[in-house]
Design a protein around this ligand. Structure first.
Ligand code: CDP
Length: 231
């Protein structure tokens, strides 16, 4: 598949399973093209965190859906923050960028994101971001549901062991001390929920380009993606 620069002027959809490297690839790609990156996972994480803070039961679909509709999620450029963040996420005006990565949110986010009303609210907000164009949107259902007309759809994957190893490294760097085995179990459990849920299950769009990142650096992957363009 060859793309000309005009078709690239819209939306690049990147999907893939947990810790496959899709956010890192999306971020480098967005920076090199001067696009905005929207990591939709952080929106489902924001709903999960808000529910945990309000002590709403994660099993309570109606109450969780209400949280999704009530909170205001902002995704902003990192600004002056020099702590390795790719973007800043505010929920109701409060910076929760790092809290979104806590093990508690990791554990509960896949259940929250399986709820129909939660998804319809998030997809509505994501489409509004996409309308402005020049955006790299990263998630699980971007190519299949959110922007099925995106001219370039990528599905980024890696072996479960490699993904768990990367997630373990991320969490260590953030000061969490979960064992590798626990993280691997969690990655496999979330893959299962994400792929088998009824609404918008994780899967590549029919016309997505599938890229395995197991033995390749994010920079190599981005070069590969950029080479799909016609200069
Ligand atoms: O960083 P990681 O790949 O572990 O997860 P994430 O991209 O932050 O997404 C967290 C969770 O949100 C996923 O496990 C999915 O359950 C859900 N999600 C989704 O359902 N649809 C999206 N477009 C993005 C994330």
């Amino acid at each position: 598949m060859k793309l000309d620069s005009k078709t690239l002027e819209a939306v690049i959809a990147i999907d893939g399973p947990a810790a496959s490297g899709k956010s890192t690839v999306g971020w480098i790609l967005a920076n090199s093209l001067g696009y905005l990156m929207i990591d939709t996972g952080c929106m489902y994480r924001a709903v999960t965190l808000a529910a945990l803070k309000r002590r709403v039961s994660i099993e309570d679909e109606v109450a969780i859906s209400r949280v999704a509709q009530e909170i205001e999620i902002e995704i902003l450029p990192p600004g002056a923050a020099d702590d390795g963040r790719m973007y800043t996420v505010n929920v109701d005006g409060v910076d929760v960028t790092w809290e979104l990565r806590s093990p508690d949110v990791d554990t509960n986010v896949s259940l929250v994101s399986s709820y129909k009303e939660v998804r319809s609210e998030m997809v509505r907000q994501q489409r509004a971001f996409a309308e402005s164009g020049r955006v790299v949107m990263v998630g699980r259902d971007i190519g299949t549901v959110v922007t099925p007309d995106a001219p370039l759809k990528l599905f980024i994957t890696a072996s479960a062991e490699e993904r768990a190893r990367r997630r373990w490294e991320d969490r260590q760097a953030q000061g969490h001390t979960n064992a590798y085995e626990i993280i691997l179990e969690d990655v496999l459990r979330r893959d299962k929920i994400d792929s088998s849920r009824q609404i918008s299950p994780l899967r590549p769009a029919d016309d997505a380009i599938v890229i395995d990142t197991t033995d390749r650096t994010p920079e190599e992957i981005v070069q590969h993606i950029l080479a799909l363009r016609v200069s």
